[in-house]
Design a binder for this molecule. Structure first.
Ligand code: NDP
Length: 304
């Protein structure tokens, strides 16, 4: 058996086309402000992709890049200024922030109506109460993949590995909203394989390359891989990738020093799952598309 690959590309493109069409029909252009502090290279790539995509779709984007030594007060001033501006519909403060910054204080300062990342406690509370809210982009993208692939969620056993505020917990809330029976696992879960292998839908959001192996996967399950990890070791790559992919991956390691791998062993998912999302090219592509969707939702809600 070889599992169906749930490629994120076509779903992300479809969502972006839908957002662009909605924007074209509006009498105003929504505006997304993205704040980046410091020089984290991954953040620079993510922010670049968010700003570029916004512009492609007709969203005005404002990129504020602040130095690594920015103080709490300086960052709070920028957030407050963006909160008070009528022309700004969405505010995103790219994480991680430098160590001198209290991340929670910053995220809680963002106007919940402009909180396009969906991390503000007001939006978190609304999500768990099943109310309409701005929902974190990555788990929202997972739901889109499942729905657009025609994978039924209601009544299914869903297991989420990971309980972070950014992915694991909102993922569980969204799956409950879709009427799945949900179990959340984490580093203290005993016999994780026994729990995970009961899942019809298994979501891995752990941050460990190729953690999910054959023993975690129920035959025919849908496996969603949220993880993004760099693998530098050729031996680990040989363990995770099958013959169809290993040469390409080893070449990438030789050229760039690493290859991107999710939290799921792709060789095992291919052999045992019914469907799975690849890394790269899966969930990650949906995250930016869902940010655009949240920006337009925020703009419509604010400006009627
Ligand atoms: P966190 O580090 O915040 O959370 C990881 C979770 O995994 C924790 O709940 C932790 O448990 C759990 N975990 C760690 N080790 C184990 C283990 N051995 N067994 C069981 N559970 C374990 O990560 P995030 O949620 O922020 O991200 C998860 C992954 O998703 C990362 O690879 C990240 O890069 C990726 N990501 C991808 C995005 C995308 O757009 N595709 C967006 C955001 C994240 P505990 O709570 O007990 O410590």
């Amino acid at each position: 058996m070889s599992a169906t690959i749930l490629s994120g590309k076509e779903f992300a493109e479809a969502i972006k086309r839908e957002v662009a069409a909605e924007i074209a029909a509006l009498s105003f252009k929504p505006c997304l402000a993205v704040v980046r502090v410091g020089e984290d290279p991954a953040s620079a790539v993510y922010v670049g992709s968010k700003v570029r995509t916004a512009e492609e779709l007709g969203i005005i984007s404002e990129h504020r890049h602040m130095p690594a030594e920015t103080t709490q007060a300086e960052l709070m001033r920028v957030v407050n200024e963006l909160n008070s501006r009528d022309d700004v519909d969405g505010i995103l403060v790219q994480l991680p922030l430098p160590p001198q910054i209290d991340e929670r204080e910053v995220l809680e300062a963002i106007d919940p109506e402009k909180d396009v990342d969906g991390f503000h406690p007001v939006n978190v509370g609304k999500l768990w109460q099943g109310q309409r809210s701005l929902v974190p982009c990555t788990p929202a993208g997972v739901i889109e993949i499942l729905k657009r692939s025609g994978i039924g969620i209601a009544g299914m056993n869903a297991v989420v590995i990971g309980r972070s505020n950014i992915v694991g917990k909102p993922m569980a809330a969204l799956l409950i909203k879709e009427s799945a029976t949900v179990t959340i696992c984490h580093s203290k879960t005993s016999d994780l394989a026994a729990v995970a292998s009961q899942a019809d839908i298994l979501v891995a959001a752990i941050g460990r390359a190729g953690f999910v192996r054959a023993e975690h996967i129920k035959p025919g399950a849908t496996v969603i891989d949220v993880g993004i990890n760099n693998v530098t070791s050729e031996d680990l790559a040989r363990e995770l990738f099958g013959e169809d992919e290993i040469d390409k991956r080893l070449n990438t390691i030789a050229k760039r020093g690493f290859t991107l791998v999710g939290d799921v062993c792709p060789k095992d998912a291919k052999a045992k799952a019914g469907a799975f999302t690849p890394v790269p090219g899966g969930v990650g592509l949906l995250t930016v598309a869902m940010l655009m969707k949240n920006t337009i939702e925020a703009a419509k809600a604010r400006r009627g």
